[in-house]
Design a protein around this ligand. Structure first.
Ligand code: SF4
Ligand code: SF4
Length: 101
């Protein structure tokens, strides 16, 4: 199986590891990954008492509505596979993989 790769100007071949999932059980909603992602891939969501994801309004953060916050992959198609999110995550929540071509 061939996977998507990029040949850098140095001649080194880089295989991007695209984001696949964030483990909601491990995630503490710290937001570090969101800050390092420059591609608008991630979105912080609330988890209500039924385990349903609900939008978090950063301007009206009413934390009575949810039990905890978790990071989600909202726009996976924007990911460049840089893995910055996984490197900064203190809880090792991320799963990444190359993309077949
Ligand atoms: S791998 Fe890079 S581009 Fe993709 S979600 Fe993580 S930080 Fe964003
Ligand atoms: S850095 Fe890790 S623990 Fe923090 S919000 Fe992102 S996925 Fe969750």
């Amino acid at each position: 199986m061939s996977v998507f790769s990029v040949t850098l100007p140095s001649g080194v071949v880089w295989v991007p590891q695209f984001v696949k999932a964030v483990n909601a059980e491990k995630c503490i909603g710290c937001g570090r990954c969101f800050k390092v992602c420059g591609r608008d891939v991630l979105q912080l969501m609330g988890v209500d008492e039924d385990g349903e994801l609900i939008a978090v309004d950063p301007d009206d953060d009413d934390d009575d509505e949810y039990e905890k916050k978790v990071m989600t992959v909202a726009n996976g198609q924007n990911c460049t596979g840089c893995e910055a999110c996984a490197k900064i995550c203190p809880k090792k929540c991320y799963t990444h993989s190359p993309t077949p071509v």
